[in-house]
Design a protein around this ligand. Structure first.
Ligand SMILES: Cc1cc2nc3c(=O)[nH]c(=O)nc-3n(C[C@H](O)[C@H](O)[C@H](O)COP(=O)(O)O)c2cc1C
Length: 521
C-alpha cells in the first residue's frame, strides 16, 4: 500500500485533494450555497471576501479614501509618533474646494514669540486655558497640562500592555489618561495624570449588586492621588443609550479584580444609570461626588435631543452648581464593539452635536463655568484648531492614540484578535508591544501635535488656540460663496476664553502633569 501511494505523483495528489473538496462541497455541507453550486471555485469568493479589506487598505484605496482614518492621516500619526519626517512634498493632494474642507485664516503677520516665552524652551508646551473645578470651588481644581489627552478606553477593551504604554506616554507628554469604564487598573497607575471614568456598570466602584458605591470611589481617589478628575459617562458617540454585556468568557481574574465583578458570570452594563434617574438627580450626584472626593467632576455624552440638556443648563443657572467639564463625543467616535446600526446612525456628528450644545450653554451664560472637551476624530492639528474656534478647551483622542502605539486600523477590536496587540486580551498578541518604546511614541505624537497646533495658532496671529474665534476658520459648504465662516455655518459666536499669557498658565498652581505632581509630593 505504502509503495503504491509512493508512486502517486504530486499533481495526482492535488487532483485527489480537489476531488475530495468538491465531494464535500456538493454532498456533505449545507451551509454555503455558493460552494455547493460552484464546488472548489466557490471558495475563492470567501477567500477574497476575507482578505478584501487588507487588499483595499494596502493596494487599492487611494490616500484619502478610507474611513475612519485614511492613509495620509494614519501616516501623519505614525511619522509624528516616530519623530520621522511628517511633511508632504510638492503641495497638498487634497481637493481644497471639497465640501467640509477647513480653511484657517492666517494673519498678515504671525504672532511673534517674545523672549523667555514658555514655547521657546518647549515648543510643545500647550496647557488648557481653563481650570477644571475652579468656578465650583472644588477642593482640588485641575488645569490639564496638555490640551491633547487620551480619551476613555477601558482595560478590557485595550490590552494591559497598551494601557501601560499609554499611561507612561501621557506622563512623558504631561497629558492625562482617561481610564474608560473598565475601572482603574495597575496599568493606569504608571505615573500619568488620570481621569477616572465610569458608566452604568460602575466598574471598579460598584457594590455586589452592580449599584454605585461612593465609599469605593472615595477610597480609590484617596489611594491614588494621580486621579485628578472624575468623568461620569452618560453616553458615547459610537453607541449612545446602548447597554452591554461583558461575557463570562472575557472575565479573567485580573479583570474581575479591577472591575469588582464575579468570575464565571456574564456582567450587565444597563443602558441607564441606577445612581440617578433624571437631570436634578444627576446634578445632585455630581455635587455629592465632588464634595466627597474634592475633585472636579464632569460628564461625557454624545448629543442628539436637547430637551434634557436645556433642563440641565436651566438648573445650573438656577442653583449655581453643575459639572466642571463636559466631554462632547461625536457620532463618528470609536468603540471596542458596537452594532453598526448604532455606530452609523445614532447621535450627531461632532460639529453638529457640539455646536448645538455650546449654543445652549452660551445662551444661559454658562460657558465660562465649564471646560469643554471634544472627541471624535479631532486628533489632527487643523481639526483641533477648528474645534478650539468652536469652543473646546481640550481634546481627547482615542483611536489616534491607539495608532501612535501601533494600531493598524484592522477594525477587529470586537474579535479579540487585534493583530497589533492593542485591543486584545490575548497574551501572545500583546507580547509584541514594548511599553518603553510605545510610550515614547505616544508622547512624541502628542508633542508633535501640540507643536504643530501652536505653530498654526501663531500663523493666525494668536498665542494660544483658546483665542481662536469662529470667524478665524472657514468651512466649505458648497453654496455659491463656496466657503462660510464657522459662525455663519453653525450660527453662534464663541465666548472669548480669558487668557493673558502662556507664562501665566505655566505658573498656575493647579497645573497638572508630572512636573506639578513632583512639586506637590
Ligand atoms: C477601543 C475603544 C474603547 C473605548 N472605550 C470607551 C469607554 O470605555 N467609555 C467611553 O466613554 N468611550 C469609549 N470609547 C470612545 C472614545 O473614548 C472616544 O470618545 C471616541 O473613540 C472618539 O475619539 P476618537 O475619534 O479619537 O477615537 C472607546 C473607543 C475605543 C476605540
Amino acid at each position: 500500500m505504502i509503495e503504491f501511494l509512493g508512486q502517486i505523483s504530486w499533481w495526482m495528489w492535488i487532483i485527489i485533494a480537489l476531488v475530495i473538496v468538491a465531494i464535500r462541497d456538493i454532498f456533505f455541507q449545507r451551509a454555503h450555497t455558493i460552494s455547493h453550486n460552484f464546488p472548489i471555485i466557490g471558495h475563492f469568493r470567501y477567500i477574497l471576501e476575507k482578505i478584501g479589506p487588507e487588499l483595499r487598505q494596502y493596494l487599492i484605496a487611494n490616500n484619502r479614501e478610507e474611513l475612519p482614518f485614511n492613509r495620509i492621516e494614519r501616516g501623519w500619526i505614525y511619522a509624528s509618533a516616530k519623530q520621522e519626517n511628517n511633511y508632504e512634498g510638492f503641495g497638498t493632494d487634497r481637493d481644497i474646494y471639497a465640501h467640509q474642507h477647513i480653511f484657517i485664516n492666517n494673519a498678515m503677520m504671525p504672532y511673534k514669540i517674545p523672549e523667555n516665552h514658555p514655547n521657546i524652551e518647549d515648543p510643545s508646551f500647550l496647557p488648557c486655558a481653563k481650570v477644571m473645578g475652579l468656578y465650583n470651588n472644588r477642593k482640588k481644581p485641575y488645569r490639564p497640562a496638555s490640551v491633547i489627552n487620551v480619551s476613555a478606553m477601558s482595560f478590557g477593551s485595550l490590552s494591559a500592555k497598551a494601557v501601560e504604554s499609554m499611561n507612561k506616554g501621557v506622563q512623558m507628554a504631561d497629558a492625562y489618561h482617561n481610564t474608560g469604564e473598565g475601572g482603574l487598573s495597575p496599568y493606569h497607575s504608571q505615573g500619568g495624570d488620570v481621569i477616572f471614568h465610569f458608566g452604568t456598570g460602575y466598574f471598579g466602584v460598584r457594590n455586589d449588586d452592580g449599584t454605585f458605591s461612593m465609599e469605593k470611589l472615595i477610597k480609590l481617589v484617596n489611594d491614588n492621588p494621580f486621579v485628578r478628575a472624575i468623568e461620569i459617562k452618560l453616553s458615547q458617540g459610537a453607541k449612545p443609550g446602548k447597554g452591554g454585556v461583558l461575557p463570562a468568557a472575557k472575565i479573567s481574574k485580573e479583570i474581575a479584580e479591577v472591575r469588582h465583578v464575579p468570575i464565571g458570570k456574564d456582567v450587565l452594563s444597563p443602558p441607564n444609570h441606577s445612581a440617578f434617574k433624571d437631570v436634578p438627580e444627576l446634578l445632585q450626584f455630581i455635587e455629592d461626588i465632588a464634595k466627597k472626593t474634592g475633585l472636579p467632576v464632569g460628564i461625557k455624552a454624545a448629543i442628539g435631543k436637547l430637551d434634557q440638556w436645556k433642563e440641565l443648563a436651566e438648573l445650573m443657572k438656577e442653583t449655581g452648581k453643575g459639572p466642571d467639564f463636559i466631554t462632547v463625543d461625536g457620532g463618528e467616535g470609536g468603540t471596542g464593539a458596537a452594532p453598526p446600526s448604532f455606530a452609523d446612525h445614532v447621535s450627531l456628528p461632532w460639529v453638529y452635536g457640539f455646536s448645538d450644545l455650546y449654543k445652549l450653554f452660551k445662551d444661559k451664560g454658562l460657558t465660562e463655568r465649564i471646560v469643554f472637551v471634544g472627541s471624535g476624530k479631532l486628533g489632527f492639528p487643523a481639526k483641533a484648531a477648528m474645534a478650539f474656534a468652536m469652543g473646546v478647551d481640550c481634546i481627547n483622542v482615542a483611536r489616534e492614540a491607539m495608532m501612535s502605539i501601533g494600531c493598524i486600523q484592522a477594525q477587529i477590536c470586537h474579535t479579540n484578535k487585534c493583530p497589533s496587540g492593542v485591543a486584545t486580551q490575548s497574551k501572545w498578541l500583546q507580547s509584541g508591544i514594548d511599553p518603553t518604546l510605545k510610550s515614547a511614541r505616544l508622547a512624541q505624537y502628542f508633542k508633535t501635535f501640540r507643536k504643530e497646533l501652536v505653530e498654526i495658532t501663531h500663523a493666525s496671529g494668536y498665542e494660544h488656540p483658546c483665542q481662536y474665534q469662529m470667524n478665524d476658520i472657514d468651512i466649505n459648504v458648497d453654496d455659491q460663496h463656496l466657503s462660510k465662516e464657522l459662525d455663519n455655518t453653525y450660527m453662534y459666536k464663541k465666548v472669548p476664553v480669558p487668557f493673558n499669557s502662556m507664562q501665566e498658565l505655566k505658573d498656575c498652581k493647579y497645573l497638572g502633569g508630572s512636573k506639578q505632581l513632583t512639586e506637590h509630593a
